[in-house]
Design a protein around this ligand. Sequence first.
Ligand SMILES: C[S@@+](CC[C@H](N)C(=O)[O-])C[C@H]1O[C@@H](n2cnc3c(N)ncnc32)[C@H](O)[C@@H]1O
Length: 350
Amino acid sequence: MARVRLSGRGRRRADSGHPWIFADDVVATEAEPGDVVAVNGPDERLLGWGLDPKGACRVLAGDADLVPGLVIDHYAGVFVLQSGTPGADRLIPTFVDALVELCGEPRAIVDRSDASVRRLEGLEKRVEVLRGAVPEQLDVLEDGLVYEVDVLHGHKTGHYLDQRFNRRRAAELSRGRAMLDAFCYDGLFAVRAALAGATQVLCLDQSEPALERARRNAQRNGVADKLAFERVDVMRDLRTRADLDGRFGVVVIDPPAFARNKAELEGAERGYRELNLRALKLVEPGGQLVSASCSHAMKAEHFVAVIAQAAHLSGRAVYLEELLGASPDHSALLVLPESSYLKCVFLRVE
Ligand SMILES: C[S@@+](CC[C@H](N)C(=O)[O-])C[C@H]1O[C@@H](n2cnc3c(N)ncnc32)[C@H](O)[C@@H]1O
């Protein structure tokens, strides 16, 4: 866990029960925005735990953190709890009390228990603000980037927190190159890449609310002139158009899960093969394909094997450079392989 060391004045303030830590009370920190941090006094004695209030992170990763069915995410002082089981429903009041006790009264605590998996347990969907109030526009700061999160209506708990580190890696690779961000959601592969020096980015998604947020994210980060947006069905669009072939130095494909269980694996394999084959055609020689799958039923080696079939069909030499997963706050419990659900494969395409 990341740590923060306070000055004597900071320790006295914390000991008095004040829930805030001021910047000039911090003597040393290894924390990133959004980290849950151990807060130590000047003598390194543990005083408690805190959160960087403007960032975002996963606080509790359900079964992988040994609390079956309950996820908690944090966005700039707003905690979002998501329960998928009757047992986790019962735990919500306990976790709300624990969050308030550990972190002080937050801006808001939201119960976003509306995932479709609840149907399997015979549970109703529920979206409720349990404490405080959600600001009309909730902004998260993430090392030099600002983005909006819609914790009441956005996908998952409002945002794809699991792709944070993969977006940074893709951005590094896109300096001086054009990027395609397919299945872009609120455009953060694109905005990050543009900030890192990508020349232009085409963003594709079928969700209008997500694209609207993506446009606002581009504007607020000062890169709107580099980004273009199209509302399309990516699967159909890429199959039928040829004007994009060979045009991109970096192509990102981050579709929704094609296989939600083992029974759907065969169809998913066909879908991933076709999508990756089409994506490979869009990459300029020497460029990169960044290909993600969040299907927990499809293991990493299986996903790479499917991309290898697409590479063979494409007739191009494709090299596996990196195989990354979800951001490290998404615990991956070894005896629970399903918790390693996100695969993000970085490939060089000659
Ligand atoms: C896994 S999310 C992408 C997350 C995003 N790359 C990020 O880093 O936040 C999948 C996205 O695909 C979009 N989507 C699903 N099916 C689609 C389709 N057939 N065509 C276009 N977009 C689609 C959803 O609206 C969603 O935004």
